[in-house]
Write a protein that binds this ligand. Structure first.
Ligand code: TYD
Length: 204
């Protein structure tokens, strides 16, 4: 089973993943946590280029293609072999981040974006995508508090608003569940566990 977590900046998804992994392992699953862009040596190198605050001249098309380059490697090297072995792969972001950020955020042609994703992933879709929703101002404030401020975080508030509304549109489809991430951490964690278990049960 392939599970992805998505969300705008400061939704807190990264901090929840280790606890979800532990919880699923306690239930007897073999779980492989990973993150995008990264998860492979090549992906981590691409991530550095993407996040580097010095790369101010990067245009949206370059950004889109770099994310797909990292993703193609990630799918072949990390995700597919584990899914074949029957593991649960849980990824901090995946292709829907490209639709939200490069598609809705940068207002790139969505048909072309979908085609690039299809090329990079060979059509591999998550079985479940959990969207942690938080208002843009709240999320960016949270994010600024930690020192991991990167090139993409520095885009305008308007950009991040388009990202969030893109996510909310995508989250209407059946593959997605939405968790309100503006609540306290414990409550969000409980809600995440419930939603994942519900989907796992439905899968059996
Ligand atoms: P990261 O520091 O991992 O942020 P976060 O904790 O919010 O996931 O940086 C990843 C950044 O890359 C984040 O701003 C979202 C962005 N991103 C895209 O724009 N497109 C993509 O396809 C992916 C995977 C990430």
């Amino acid at each position: 089973m392939f599970i992805t977590l998505e969300g705008p900046e400061g939704s807190g998804k990264t901090s929840h993943i280790p606890y979800l992994v532990e919880f699923l392992r306690e239930q007897g699953h073999i779980v492989f946590p990973t993150r995008e862009p990264g998860g492979t040596s090549i992906g981590e190198q691409v991530r550095e280029i993407l996040n580097d605050l010095k790369n101010t001249e990067m245009i949206p098309r370059t950004e889109t293609l770099l994310f797909q380059a990292a993703r193609a490697q990630f799918v072949e090297e990390v995700i597919k072999p584990r899914l074949t072995d029957g593991e649960i792969v849980i990824s901090d972001r995946y292709a829907d981040s490209t639709i939200a950020y490069q598609g809705y955020g940068h207002q790139q042609d969505l048909v072309q974006i979908h085609a690039l994703i299809e090329y990079a992933t060979g059509g591999l879709l998550p079985d479940l995508t959990v969207y942690l929703d938080v208002e843009v101002e709240v999320g960016l404030k949270r994010k600024k508090k930690d020192d991991e401020w990167n090139r993409l975080d520095a885009y305008t508030v308007e950009f991040h608003r388009r990202v969030r509304s893109g996510y909310l549109k995508m989250a209407e489809s059946e593959r997605w569940v939405v968790v309100d991430a503006s609540r306290g951490w414990d409550e969000v964690q409980e809600n995440l566990k419930e939603k994942i278990i519900e989907r796992l049960k439905g899968d059996e």
